[in-house]
Design a protein around this ligand. Structure first.
Ligand code: 5MM
Length: 404
């Protein structure tokens, strides 16, 4: 049967579309209709959100997406986010007196990807547009160095969070225009997954429904384009830590944001088995007087995710959001110690600052500090791999500080 014809029939293994018992014109007035007559037919629901309608036509592509997504969260590895935009990277360099130049950013990224043993703990590295095009000092393309280290290259494809019209204090992430073409060119360069971050701020009267819905829809449209182009989408709705809000409030907003994102992913026919979710942990605001314990944060985070994240998602890779490296590891560890055997998805990491910060502070732009900085980076990556196994202990950090 030609592929197009299959779309009009029942996809294999699905329930048959309900046939209306009487034609609409024969139903008479609404008064005589049964309740179920008002519901959309099973077939129209499948057409609305079932990614199999699209991906059935490309089983190899679908399988590759699933395989890549699973590889990104396999074993005890996680993602390294090294996709800071130039302004963010420059801001972090400026604080440490590092020159804010293309060459300094290149040298720093070379330091990261040539860290000995990095591939033992890191499954995927998220790059930004500048970095994916760069080479080592000896001319070897970064992409080759990353692949040779056993790490899957990924790319940040959003164009940043911009002020949202009519929504003071809120942001909408841009970057959908021309995305299909950009994804094709990154895929050609060797990227196998992509990342898009939406930002949800908490405060007086925010977040608004408008902000949550607009960002969720953009994330879903990005994710659908990624899968069409053969890249695994990393879907990152970040509820920020800034503010005085309580852990309970963060939990409510995170749940609402995630439910909205998954509803939009369904509508946009994103195959959940071929994506990774990159959420925030459920935390009290940085200025909240009550700061819950590591175990309380782990419990609140897992409870929230269980309510909002479908089991078909292969993995959750947390962002660190400004937590210290030690706290991020401890909280990730507690989630795996307390819940790992009972969770439908892998619970991993996709940290930037919580892996990079100590290394950056040691490096400070000095060639002679590269070795020490790489050891610090490797150490944090190892701590997070341990946290995935549930074997991280603060002593790992204390021992290292004593030795340093
Ligand atoms: C939330 O930021 C992401 C995770 O980093 P942390 O673990 O430090 O929170 C990170 O991937 C972020 O999206 C990138 O660094 C890009 O940020 P900008 O704002 O520079 O595009």
């Amino acid at each position: 049967m030609p592929i197009q014809d299959r779309r009009q029939t029942q996809p294999e293994g699905e329930i048959a579309p309900a046939k209306p018992r009487v034609a609409v014109s024969e139903r008479g007035s609404d008064m005589n209709m049964r309740f179920e007559d008002h519901l959309p037919s099973v077939h129209s629901i499948l057409r609305a959100g079932n990614p199999r309608l699209e991906l059935d036509q490309h089983p190899m592509k679908a399988q590759r997406l699933v395989d890549t997504a699973r590889m990104l969260v396999a074993g005890d590895k996680g993602l390294l986010a090294m996709d800071e935009s130039n302004p963010t990277c420059d801001k972090r360099f400026a604080k440490l007196g590092i020159p804010q130049t293309v060459e300094a950013r290149r040298a720093y990224r070379e330091l990261i990807i040539t860290t000995p043993g990095l591939g033992e703990c890191i499954s995927g590295a998220i790059l930004c547009d500048e970095t994916i095009r760069q080479q080592k000092k000896d001319g070897t393309p970064f992409i080759k160095v990353i692949i040779d280290a056993g790490i899957i290259p990924g790319i940040k494809v959003d164009a940043g969070a911009k002020d949202m019209a009519a929504h003071p204090g809120e942001k909408i992430t841009e970057g959908l225009d021309g995305l299909r073409e950009r994804l094709a060119s990154y895929s050609h360069m060797g990227a196998r997954f992509a990342k898009w971050r939406a930002v949800i701020a908490l405060g007086d009267g925010i977040p608004s429904r408008g902000c949550i819905e607009a960002n969720a829809q953009a994330l879903a449209r990005y994710a659908a384009l990624c899968q069409e182009g053969g890249l695994v989408p990393v879907v990152e709705p970040e509820v920020l830590m800034d503010g005085e809000h309580t852990l309970k409030r963060c939990c409510e907003v995170t749940e609402e944001a995630l439910r909205t994102v998954f509803s939009q992913l369904y509508v946009q026919r994103v195959m959940l088995g071929g994506m990774i979710l990159k959420p925030n942990m459920v935390l009290p605001g940085l200025n909240c007087p009550k700061q819950e314990t590591v175990d309380e944060v782990a419990d609140a985070t897992v409870r929230c995710l269980l309510r909002a994240v479908p089991a078909a998602v292969p993995g959750i890779a947390f962002l660190s959001g400004g937590q210290s490296g030690e706290l991020a590891s401890a909280r990730l560890n507690a989630m795996n110690v307390r819940f790992k055997s009972r969770l439908p998805w892998a619970v991993a990491f996709s940290f930037a600052r919580a892996i990079q910060q100590p290394a950056l502070e040691i490096w400070r732009g000095e060639e002679s500090h590269v070795g020490a900085a790489q050891q610090a980076l490797y150490h944090r990556a190892k701590c997070n791999a341990a946290a995935r196994r549930g074997t991280y202990d603060v002593a790992m950090d204390a021992d290292r500080q004593t030795r340093a």
